[in-house]
Ligand binder design. Structure first.
Ligand SMILES: *Cc1c(COP(=O)(O)O)cnc(C)c1O
Length: 474
């Protein structure tokens, strides 16, 4: 299994292995890596996978995208190190992504049982293990630089904490994160983890990361955001598992998935699961007030707003959906020159239409994508509704999804909504909806007061951050 860049201009000569793309993040031509082919799962594969514990299912499905770049025995070890009872304390019977029926035919798939209580753990835990393995094989080390608006920071830190060949510098804004999220990161500081607090907003952090990576001295720094193929490959298996939990006795039964989406990472994994042969009928993108993807799916226009709106589902407050480029590659049937032109027009002007590239405005709907946009009051309603139906407390991002699921559910087709965070991270909104805060598991009970407070506050400019990185890399 090999990979090329979505903007590749050099033909087959530039194919890379899973291990290469894992360490690279963005391609040098600024495209994203995509597999050159898609395997297919057969009915007998599905029947076999249905009986496996999640780490084994994960290994098999993800292994399709690793090929012989890592031997099977090592893949198995890496999967077992990523998914442990220690890191995922709520897991029962080795099911790391359990599905629950809320009302007839409407399901929620829990992806947030990991160490930082957001679905990003499902992909970042294996990503950290894979990176450490490849680096130690090659006798290399890697410095990662990232920016977070909330969940990515702690999930990435929990994934690489203590790994010998990796150092992580994570920028977070002073404005916009919850005290719970800050405390999660503060507790992970030390050793190979450096938390940098920027007096400013998330946009400022992102701008600094971009500026630093443009400096040749720092161009080799790796990325942990969802453009890394290793993350996408690690998300595809939970769609297979979710499908089998609902339809194992009726393989072939179509289902719909609803995915609360920001960067188009999670839903892209669902799209690839469908390409593998999982009978997914519709992929429904649930946005909040930041509705770039909703507009795109409904009208064929991809348009960048001036800035993101701050909402009560903050991990989806984005203006650009970085992973969408991988879908564009398929829309143009792998014509990398067209992908480049389309993306460059977007980057230059902030707006691009399918019509300008000979595609119908309905292209995404014709591919069975659908979408909704929900508001703050929709989220409150959804949290109340799920609680009333089932006694379960969902978080505001999952509430964007449930809002979509209720609107889009059709008779005789199960609909599965991805649950992307635990409510404990967003107590204010839960209190507003239900009048009480969700019960805290012991591991989170005193998190704010436990916080090691390990943040280095650095002025809002790239040069000071570079100086800090230089000093700590020695
Ligand atoms: C990151 C995140 C999302 C968005 O995921 P994408 O892969 O960017 O679409 C949704 N919900 C939560 C809680 C998140 O942390």
């Amino acid at each position: 299994m090999n990979y090329i860049s979505t903007r590749d201009s050099s033909g087959d000569s530039s194919e890379l292995s899973y291990c290469d793309v894992l360490l690279q993040g963005l391609a040098p031509d600024r495209g994203l890596y995509v597999p050159i082919a898609y395997p297919r799962l057969s009915d007998s594969d599905f029947h076999r996978l249905a009986n496996l514990p999640y780490p084994a299912l994960f290994r098999e499905v993800k292994g399709l995208f690793i090929g012989d770049a890592i031997d099977v025995k090592t893949q198995t070890n890496l999967a077992q190190q990523a998914y442990t009872k220690d890191k995922f304390p709520g897991v029962i019977n080795d099911n790391y992504c359990p599905v629950t029926e809320i009302v007839d035919g409407l399901y929620v798939q829990q992806l947030s049982l990991g160490p930082t209580a957001a679905f990003k753990d499902m992909a970042l835990q294996p990503l950290g293990q894979d990176m450490q393995y490849v680096l130690s094989q090659r006798g290399e080390s890697l410095t990662l630089l990232g920016a977070t608006s909330g969940d990515t920071g702690s999930a990435a830190e929990a994934a690489v904490k203590g790994l010998a060949n990796i150092t992580l510098f994570m920028l977070s804004p002073e404005v916009g994160m919850s005290s719970f999220q800050k405390a999660q990161m503060g507790n992970l500081s030390g050793g190979n983890i450096f938390n940098i607090s920027i007096p400013g907003r998330f946009d400022d952090c992102q701008d600094i990361v971009k500026a630093i990576k443009q400096d040749p001295e720092f161009a080799h720094l790796g990325a942990v955001n969802s453009i890394n193929w290793g993350r996408i490959a690690s998300q595809i298996p939970y769609y297979v598992s979710g499908y089998l939990q609902v339809a194992a006795d009726h393989i072939g039964q179509p289902v719909d998935f609803v995915v609360p989406t920001g960067n188009f990472g999670n839903v892209l994994a669902g799209y690839y699961a469908r390409k593998l042969g999982v009978p997914i009928r519709r992929l429904i993108v649930a946005t909040n007030e930041n509705d770039v993807l909703h507009t795109l799916i409904q009208t064929g226009m991809y348009q960048k707003p001036d800035h993101a709106v701050v909402t009560s589902s903050p991990s989806m407050d984005i203006t650009v959906a970085s992973n969408y480029e991988r879908l564009v590659y398929d829309l143009f049937n792998g014509d990398t020159e067209k992908v480049r032109q389309y993306m460059e027009q977007f980057e230059r002007t902030g707006s691009v239409a399918f019509a300008d590239f000979g595609l119908s405005n309905d292209t995404l709907k014709a591919m069975d994508f659908d979408s909704t946009r929900s508001t703050s009051s929709d989220r409150i309603d959804a949290i109340r509704w799920v609680h009333a139906q089932s006694g379960t407390v969902i978080d505001p991002h999952t509430a964007d999804g449930v809002t979509a699921a209720r609107q889009k559910q059709e008779k005789d087709v199960p609909i599965i909504c991805m649950s992307t965070a635990l409510p404990v991270k967003f107590e204010t909104t839960i209190k507003e909806a239900l009048g009480f805060v969700p019960e805290r598991e012991p591991r989170f009970a005193d998190i704010e007061t436990l916080s090691a407070g390990g943040f280095n506050t650095i002025p809002n400019n790239p040069e000071d951050v570079k100086a800090f990185i230089r000093q700590h890399l020695g």
